[in-house]
Design a protein around this ligand. Structure first.
Ligand SMILES: C[S@@+](CC[C@H](N)C(=O)[O-])C[C@H]1O[C@@H](n2cnc3c(N)ncnc32)[C@H](O)[C@@H]1O
Length: 306
């Protein structure tokens, strides 16, 4: 491993995530995004598509061992993250012999503060069986490392806070990796917490095809990637050389971070109406046109979001 911090930057380390993380210095990372292997048992089959198989590692561990390793990895990431830093951890709900395995089962055992559970609505997913309603959601856990006694952290800028806790983003199609996430996903995570910061280091300890690293590079940040598969590491290196080709897709995501008026401005101008408005505003509206109260209030709500 390199001697000085600059020598770690903008590199992909090929090997086991836990082993490599252990060799990285304390408190160097500003934000991380990852999607680890989900331990889905690669030999199982859905009706329409087989389960994912990675080229460099098995995705089939005894569940207790898998969770123990994930806790180890997450705690190492905590150590190398700066106080005030964030980590976005993409996972999903799984079932083993009918019993729900929830990411919270092991996340609560790590050192991280769980700041938010975000639903990633993929709108489509493979492996379809009829035991339950079609599972098209995954989760993204926003994990936070407190700075001093502040366990809540900084507020998001208004333009990011208008995005909701449900992220409707289609899965990636044009990528030879068996389980990539779309560029918009790490881009949204990094851009939302790093906006305004000129320098910073982004980590993805299971970087696969390098999607997080491309997002970091487009936004002008340094990165460190780790993956156990030499094939995927090579692919990510090649992809990074051509990162400019992906700027158009990145811009599409960035355009979604917009707010015409902040919550504060609306409140000051008394533009809060509808169900979430102060009671006096709702009563005023209802007194104006009692018969048409629904049709009156609804267009006004829509106007706010225009
Ligand atoms: C869900 S994929 C990540 C895909 C990535 N987000 C992308 O957009 O391409 C999980 C990755 O973890 C890697 N992996 C599996 N076991 C690993 C380990 N022990 N250490 C590091 N990487 C590992 C696999 O090779 C795979 O690329």
């Amino acid at each position: 491993m390199p001697e000085v911090i600059e020598d770690y930057l903008n590199k992909i380390f090929c090997g086991d995530a836990l082993e490599i993380l252990k060799r990285l210095p304390d408190e160097i990372v500003d934000v991380g995004v990852t999607s680890p292997p989900y331990n889905k048992g690669e030999n199982k089959k859905g009706w329409l598509v087989p389960n994912i198989k990675y080229s460099g590692a098995s995705d089939k561990l005894p569940e207790a061992e898998y969770q123990r390793r994930q806790i180890g990895v997450l705690n190492e990431i905590y150590r190398i993250t700066k106080p005030g830093g964030s980590f976005f951890y993409n996972h999903k709900l799984r079932w083993e012999r009918g019993k729900l395995l929830h990411p919270m089962d092991w996340l609560r055992k790590t050192k991280w503060i769980i700041k938010q559970e975000i639903i990633w609505d993929r709108m489509i997913a493979g492996n379809i069986r009829g035991w339950r309603f079609w599972q098209v959601d995954e989760r993204i856990y926003w994990l936070y490392k407190p700075k001093g006694k502040n366990i809540i952290g900084e507020e998001l800028k208004p333009k990011h806070a208008l995005l909701t806790s449900i992220w409707r983003i289609l899965p990636e199609k044009n990528n030879p990796h068996p389980a990539p996430f779309p560029l918009a996903l790490p881009l949204r995570c990094i851009y939302s917490v790093m906006d305004g910061k000129k320098k910073g280091l982004v980590l993805d300890p299971y970087c696969g095809s390098g999607t997080t690293l491309v997002a970091a590079k487009i936004l002008g940040y340094d990165f460190i990637g780790i993956d156990i598969s030499p094939e995927y590491c090579g692919f990510a290196e090649e992809r990074l050389k051509d990162y400019k080709k992906e700027i158009i897709d990145a811009e599409e995501e960035i355009r979604k971070h917009i707010v015409v008026k902040t919550f504060k401005e609306r409140k000051l101008k008394g533009e809060f109406v509808g169900r979430y408005a102060p009671m006096n505003k709702i009563k005023e509206k209802m007194q104006d046109k009692p018969k048409n109260k629904r049709s009156e209030i609804r267009p006004t709500i829509l106007k706010i979001f225009e």
